[in-house]
Design a protein around this ligand. Sequence first.
Ligand SMILES: [Ca+2]
Ligand SMILES: [Ca+2]
Ligand SMILES: [Ca+2]
Ligand SMILES: [Ca+2]
Length: 706
Amino acid sequence: MKYLRYLSLIGMLLFIIACGDESIQSPENNNTNNAGNQEEEPKEEVIKGERSMWVSYDPNYKEVKQHTSGYSHALISWRLLPTDPDNISFDIYKSEDNGQETKLNETPIEHTTCWADKDINPQTTNTYRVTISGSKETLCEYTLTSSMAQTFYRAIRLNANVPNPAITYNANDAQVGDLDGDGVMEIILKRQPYDGANKGGWQEGTTLLEAYKLDGTFLWQIDMGINIRSGSHYTSFIVYDFDGDGKCEIAFRTSEGTKFADNTIITAANGEVNDYRQPVDSPGKGWYSGKSLHSTHGLIFDGPEYISIVNGQGVEVARTNNIPRGGEGSNYERAKYWHNYWGDDYGNRMDRFFIGAAYLDGIPQNGVRKANPSLIITRGIYKNWQVWALDFNGSSLLPRWKFNTNDKGCESYRDMGSHSFRVADLNGDGYDEILYGSAAIARNGKGLYCTGNGHGDALHVGKFIPDRSGLQVVACFENPNKYMNSGFGYGCAVFDAATGKFITGHAGGATSGDSGDSADEDDEDNNPPGDVGRCLVADIIPESPGHEYWSAEASGVYSCQTGQLLSTTLPSAKTGSKSYNNAVFWTGTLTRQMLDDVMVHSYTKSAPWNMSRVITFEKYGGGVKSNNSTKANPCYYGDFLGDYREEVIYRSSDGLSIYIFSTNHPTEYRFVHLTNDHTYDMSQAMQNIGYNQPTHLGYYIGEDEK
Ligand SMILES: [Ca+2]
Ligand SMILES: [Ca+2]
Ligand SMILES: [Ca+2]
Ligand SMILES: [Ca+2]
């Protein structure tokens, strides 16, 4: 395809530019008014780089009022690069069926990086070309064929060649990353045979990782194998370029039986693959305590556990041992150790495993990397937990440091882990820290601070208060015995990312009276009183300065800045429901919308329907499904195509495909592509760790700063 060949060329140029030391504008400067320079001579130098150009056209735009998009135009959009001058403006040209090209804009496109083509004829082949205003040289080009114009989304058909054709391998979490260094993103998709989170009872099937190109081409498949338990707590994977060669690696937990894309299988020394799963007739009780939340059938208490890192072709390039389960001797003795260390002895808390990346030697500055990131792995949440940092040098994974809550002086960090960790430069010193729930770990592997609030499910790091220095954290907490006694005294709180100091909070409850270590603490179906299960932060009320935050304790929407209760009406996608899963840039305002289950909705009425419901993805292509139960998230969302708005990937209801949706809402704004912002990049790259968490920016965007 012409489009892909073209992207390969500019991708190579992007790689060269990314290695240079360009003078770069800050993201805050991108929304400036550039009026009055229409006559300016075009720059000699064309700013090259991957523009991720995209055309979004909804043929069913008015089919279902307030559910389909409502816009009849095609939205053509492209990236603003950090290397683009402040005053850059664009022209856009169109040719139909390879005919004469016409210029679409009368005046330079200077405030946005998108164009709404109201005259599109979807029966023809439409080729759009973008230049710097006044220049003829192509910046980016995209062809929308008449067949592409038949669906609002682009479908990627899932690979049908699976290990057991009798099993449905549901498309679950996905990540995007450039696997081959051509500047164009690929999609890496996890397919799981069942959701084993918080459950025992192995069913047949193994978890797969598959890679696809954006045009739908299947690239490769990895089978995690029989000794890696299926479910969100156990199969985290990270897609990131760990050695700085411009190509992403993928790291995840492996064991005997893991099969890589080149058909290499991890085996025991004798060449065999042992089956370490507990048998069907396993007693279903902890070997030491005799208690259990669930059947232990199918859980894995024995055998090797590794961390493998594979290259962009899915071939293993390095392997090291995972954080060990620990314990020695008989099953009883080992289980006693697990009970005392991890918090139970039946394969629940011990098996909580997450993986990510952190720039411990310096974060990228305006998208230019100063040092390579480290691989971060964690094990445990509720009692003891560990964080290890490792460095990938292209051929080996080398240990950097280990943090263990059982080490002397770290005891106060126990019980503080959450269902994901976040990575950001929490204190603004130019290096990443790791925020694991109520505990922050410094770049040297030492504790930075611990807020004492205990474990929680949702964790947000970003710039939520514009006139306060640094970043802020919004989190909610599960255990009143912790947050009322050793924490802030609220079930949901805003605190300073650099210091862990309390800013404001709401919600909370009487302590439940138990020890905080009860067997049902992490039983999702049996939440104790005072468990604030979810919270979200975003600018949703335009007239109130700063972002708003709210939680599953349905008392209202609060200001992060003043702590004031702004409204007792929570965001709601439909009557009786409350929305606190994801926030998304979709409509083109400076507020964010809620992305929940299979829909986008706005807190205030939104164009074009003048309703709060913006779009229902379920209405397209036979329907789509969200993932991960009440988390109700898509496979992936984030800014990886077109302008700064966020794309969303869902699995189709028929289980055969994934669909990529990109907005067709016009906007009056432009921002450098969001992954250029380090805080955002880390949040999108690790959104799928454990319980999925939304993306957030490290600089402020809000309607009040218009
Ligand atoms: Ca690529
Ligand atoms: Ca790499
Ligand atoms: Ca830092
Ligand atoms: Ca985008």
